[in-house]
Design a protein. Sequence first.
Length: 323
Amino acid sequence: MADQEFHPGVSLAGAVDLEALKHQVKAEPGQTGGAPAAGAYVIDTTENTFQAMVQTSATFPILLFLWVPTDDRLFPMARALGDAVNALDGKIQLSRIDIASNPSIAQALQVQGAPALFALIGGRPMPLLQGLPSDDEIKQLCDEVIPKIIQAAAQAGVSGTAPYSGDPDSDAAKSAGAGADANGEQVPPEHAEAHRLAAEGDYSGAAAAYERVLESDPNDALAARERAKALLLARSGQANVREVRAEAAAKPDDVEAQLAVADIDMIGGQIQDAFDRLLDFLAAGHKADIEPVRKRLLEYFAIPEPTDERLKRARRRLATLMY
């Protein structure tokens, strides 16, 4: 995996190749000019949401597709990639970036034209392709390369599930799904500010906003869950997975090191590992650290469904260890 860093914010004149101008499809208001719509596990990313998208690659792998959505030459590739990603039910996300409207991202990735394709795991990009692929190359990308990206991500501890953003053929998806959450469900009005902040990558701000919702309604389970997720990502969304795991292995008696690696487990969807790690830490005799561990576990407990058997077992075990 390449170690190059993203540096959005630098403009790049002429990022779009001149040949693309011959293939422009004029989009009608509210339409994408024949381009496939975003939705399901396909999102459109801009300079404003780029950093938030990069952070989520610590949770699940992302396929970056740099394109121009009015260039009809790119529609078959966009459709094939979207279909392949959506068929995998959240194991990977496709993030589409219009480099004509977002040239600083093209600059960050040293891309001179569309299309270009990258894998993104843990905030680090890996170039896959630049230039128009043949039909056989598109098939190879979908059938062979995407599964290898998912496998590489899992080996790096990035094995969570991407959020589902609704039916790409629905009117809501075609109008950017305003007012809907990552599962395509309507966002309660009182959650709107917190939801917006989270979508922008301001997880600390989102957690504070959800906290205000809970002050008004302590029984709002959705706000409690989203607050816990926001706190988790604010703390550890950009953490280096390997460094955190190495630190925890080197310092088995250090509560902060164990809390940090438990966060990584939760972000990666390894809920049982996170629970067991902290509960085993207490069981090993670290009674002086019971309060920070208890507090962190209570945050984690808000994230799974209340009927989750892992949650029930962990609650019982925590109660036993505390008394």
